[in-house]
Design a protein around this ligand. Structure first.
Ligand code: AMP
Length: 426
């Protein structure tokens, strides 16, 4: 037999990495609770039609698509928004608005594997459905800001844009939606010249080209110049006002805005309004991104329903935490090894282990029947904090020996006091 390896682009996350990822997930869930987003769990496999309908060519062409044994064309989800939109037109259709959801889990894209880019990766996805007000977009940015802080990241900043500006200009110049999507896809890849080649109207072309010169690191300065630049395009102008309102709210709450980019576009086709991404200076790939998609739910057969949301790339957040050396504080609990001194007290050692576990202590019971010295050496090597040595003599007094492995000190402790001695908070 050959020795098996993971499929290209897919990773095993060993204990330490899994612990950090779980820490980030727990912060994502905590953030959701603070903002009133309730978690839903949706399938990894969805109908191909659902996932491909509005994802955009970039993602559609990278989906893991296959036929199941019932001859249905299905795919592994490349993101969560389509599944949430499905819920919003189905099971959650009659829920009071706004509907706020969280989804956490793995997603799949046949991307070219490289640093921070995998074929299976993890996201936390927040969606707020049923509101078109800028307050909802601001909330999505603010909760992202909160998550970044909660995992201990520093110096992160947001890049913000508004798809409504470009769509507003193009629609007014009668550029059909398909061409608009192609132009936005090219802009996402920063292939501006190719994008402009798809535009026929000369007047609109110079307006689009001009957008490239407006980017600056002063958000309100860019918005002011953008407002002047798109005068004469009412829908684009309305988008600029919307963007201004969102920026006003988030900056009042100290959300760090790095740049406002009028030509900023994102790979997913369904965006209609504000879009954003979040970065740290040490990494040139986004830690998360999102935006407004007011027509997706309607496209899935629901009532016209505005919505906005964000997906955070949890693997990249973990990577950013490593780069900024922000170690999570998950392992503050003491670890304990319980070691029976003799075969005869094995049952008692298990009983004590169970008692400690009830008190919340993390216990690794010596189950290999090793001699005391070997078992202690092993506990030491695995950086266990305490060894509880269960011996016949101490048991007769209702006690055990508690050994602090770091300090190399030990004392006889009554079993009923054991948990408190290990951690006074128990
Ligand atoms: P998107 O769903 O494209 O808006 O992506 C949201 C976030 O998911 C991005 O900002 C990245 O942090 C993360 N992400 C996207 N593609 C990958 C990938 N192939 N590997 C790891 N993370 C990714």
């Amino acid at each position: 037999m050959p020795s098996f390896q993971t499929v290209r682009g897919m990773r095993d996350l060993l204990a330490e990495e899994a612990e950090v990822l779980n820490f980030v997930m727990s912060k994502a869930r905590e953030t959701a609770k603070l903002y009133g987003y309730r978690e839903v769990i949706t399938p990894v496999v969805e109908p191909y039609e659902l996932l491909s309908a509005k994802a955009g060519e970039e993602i559609r062409s990278r989906m893991f698509t296959f036929k199941d044994l019932g001859n249905r064309t299905v795919a592994l989800r490349p993101e969560f928004t389509a599944s949430i939109a499905r819920l919003a037109t189905g099971a959650l259709k009659n829920e009071p608005k706004p509907l706020r959801t969280l989804a956490v889990g793995s997603v799949y894209r046949y991307d070219e594997p490289q640093r921070g880019r995998y074929r299976e990766f993890y996201q936390s996805d927040y969606e707020i459905v049923g509101v078109s007000n800028p307050e909802a977009d601001a909330e999505i940015i603010l909760l992202t800001d909160r998550l970044m802080r909660a995992v201990g990241l520093r110096n992160y900043a947001f890049k913000v844009g508004h798809i409504g500006v470009i769509r507003g200009i193009l629609s007014q110049e009668n550029v059909d939606e398909k061409t608009q999507n192609a132009i936005l896809q090219l802009m996402d890849k920063r292939e501006f010249e190719k994008a402009f080649q798809l535009v026929k109207s000369v007047a609109c072309l110079s307006t689009l080209r001009g957008l490239l010169t407006l980017k600056s690191d002063n958000a309100f300065d860019t918005v002011g110049r953008l407002r002047k630049h798109v005068e004469g395009y009412p829908n684009a102008s309305a988008s600029v006002e919307d963007l201004q309102k969102i920026l006003k709210i988030v900056t009042e709450h100290q959300c760090p805005i790095a740049t406002v980019e009028p030509t900023f576009s994102r790979g997913l086709e369904y965006y209609t309004g504000m879009i954003f991404e979040v970065y740290i200076p040490e990494l040139d790939i986004a830690l998360g991104g999102g935006g407004r998609y007011d027509r997706l739910i309607e496209a899935f057969g629901g009532e016209p329903t505005p919505a906005t949301g964000v997906a955070h790339g949890l693997d990249r957040i973990v990577m950013a935490m490593r780069m900024q050396k922000t170690t999570p504080t998950t392992q503050n609990k003491k670890r304990v090894a319980v070691i029976p001194a003799k075969e005869e007290v094995k049952g008692e050692a298990l009983r004590i282990s169970q008692m400690l576990r009830e008190a919340g202590v993390s216990v690794e019971l010596e189950v290999m029947g090793r001699k005391m010295n070997k078992a202690l050496e092993d506990a030491d090597r695995r950086r266990i904090d305490f060894a509880v040595i269960v011996g016949e003599r101490e048991l007769e007094q209702g006690s055990v020996v508690l050994r602090d492995l770091a300090k190399r000190e030990q004392a006889v402790v009554t079993i009923s006091n054991l948990a408190k001695r290990i951690n006074p908070e128990y």
